[in-house]
Design a protein around this ligand. Sequence first.
Ligand SMILES: Nc1nc2c(ncn2[C@@H]2O[C@H](COP(=O)(O)OP(=O)(O)OP(=O)(O)O)[C@@H](O)[C@H]2O)c(=O)[nH]1
Ligand SMILES: [Mg+2]
Length: 385
Amino acid sequence: MDASSLYQKKLVSKEQYRALCVGQYGSSYFPDKRSQEESLRELLMLAETAGVKTLHELFFNHDDIHPAMFFSSGQIERIRRVCTDLDLNLLFVDAQLKPNQLRNLEEELKIRVLGRIEVILDIFAMRAKTREALLQVELAQLLYILPRLKGLGGVLSRQGATGAPGIGTRGPGETMLETDRRYIRRRIQKIRSDLKDVERHRSTARQGRGLATFALVGYTNAGKSSILNALSSSSQKVFAEDKLFATLDTFSRKIYLGEQNFRPFYAVVTDTVGFIRNLPASLIAAFQSTLGEIKHADWVIEVHDASSVQLEDEMEVVRGELDRLGVADKPRLLYFNKDDLVFADTRAELTEKYPNAIWGNALSREGVAALRQRLAESAANVHVA
Ligand SMILES: Nc1nc2c(ncn2[C@@H]2O[C@H](COP(=O)(O)OP(=O)(O)OP(=O)(O)O)[C@@H](O)[C@H]2O)c(=O)[nH]1
Ligand SMILES: [Mg+2]
């Protein structure tokens, strides 16, 4: 079986799925109501990115997690009523559901049920285009499925049996059930070794450049790709859009930083995959090849959407992920993007708190000159060092 046969890349038409999104707060599991609300808002965006229409959302006070069903019987009845009334056929739950909970809920409600991780994996599978991204997505799916093989079996085979393509099935799916764990482990090994080759090629290319390098990192949708486009004079633009995980590959560009000693001065700026809260560990593990680019950069440009109401949370998530990658000590530039959407008093507050931050608007290119200037200063330092 080759890698491509593991993918069932049949995208859903937007009309096919009508979803209910359910978030929850309360109890020791979800203590912070505000951040749970934000998490539900994010799930709605994830659903939209996956191409699914959300027709209703519920936000439960979840005091107790039911081990078999996740929800209480009262909540399940509420969900059932909404689904029947609105004729919905997909339930998104803003939580990491156990395989048995997914299965039981599907059996009980007779509709497809997906948790946060399943939606993210689905979007990654949909977005992956290059060989490296495809390999990493497949690895993420295999790492996700391996420990769940038994529990997920029913869910996946039923999806296959209904013949309904799309969400939740953009992955190894049914075929995987016929193979054994050994096959999966072997496949994981093979992908890891293929990814090592990709990394080796990249490392050779990197050495050949001999230029200072900067990695753009940040929350998904912060504007990293748009900034690379704004910095670049090339008419060939990097893909940027108002959906989550527009970028799944690292992409490097040689950027002109000005003149130094009467010579043009360049650095390499690399776009990377965005972060999101509660990113599944298997995804981070699988995307080491792409995220590894951050490790090799001389500087990290931390990009944040300054207009986000969740700015501080997003900064924490990004910094936590940089920590996890072991690059917390790398020299860093802080860039606040989307300043066109920021209120004056918020800007004043943030400026006081982060006096060294560079501000800009990647669309109008305001602030790009200041960023270029800071890159030039930093790159000059790297070269002196
Ligand atoms: N108003 C405004 N919108 C912006 C700005 N910069 C980017 N955007 C928009 O924000 C959305 C996300 O931009 P991207 O550049 O794709 O963001 P990203 O960080 O690369 O996102 P991922 O690849 O998903 O991690 C796009 O719709 C951009 O047009 C800005 O300065 N102001
Ligand atoms: Mg991007």
